[in-house]
Design a protein around this ligand. Structure first.
Ligand SMILES: [Cu+2]
Length: 117
């Protein structure tokens, strides 16, 4: 019986280690694209946050801006694009196919600190 118990404990430890080794993706933030709009239109994040845009519309959209690296290809339905914001500032972007669609990412605070309001 004690052998079974030891195995169970070992299994639990192994699962715990696997869990800890998995990359922490809890900080990813999603911007959805739907009905010709980015939601949320303005998003506040901490430096180091990965923002993921997902197109839920049934026509292609893209993410474009003057910020280096912040430019996607045309995203078909359910396609996604991600960008990690490392420096504080306000990053405005738009849809390269429909420039009237705009949004902005406000990067403020310190990595790992409380989310700014
Ligand atoms: Cu668009």
């Amino acid at each position: 019986m004690s052998t079974m118990r030891s195995l169970a404990v070992l299994a639990g430890v192994a699962i715990g280690m696997l869990w800890a080794a998995a990359p922490a993706r809890a900080d990813d933030v999603t911007v959805t694209i739907d009905n010709f709009a980015f939601t949320p239109q303005t998003l506040s994040v901490r430096p180091g946050t990965k923002v993921v845009w997902v197109n839920h519309d049934d026509i292609p959209h893209s993410v474009a801006s003057t910020t280096q690296g912040l430019r996607s290809k045309a995203l078909d339905t359910d396609d996604s694009f991600s960008f990690t914001f490392t420096t504080p500032g306000t990053f405005n972007y738009f849809c390269g196919l429909h420039p009237h669609m705009t949004g902005s990412i406000v990067v403020a605070g310190t990595a790992g600190g409380a989310a700014p309001n």
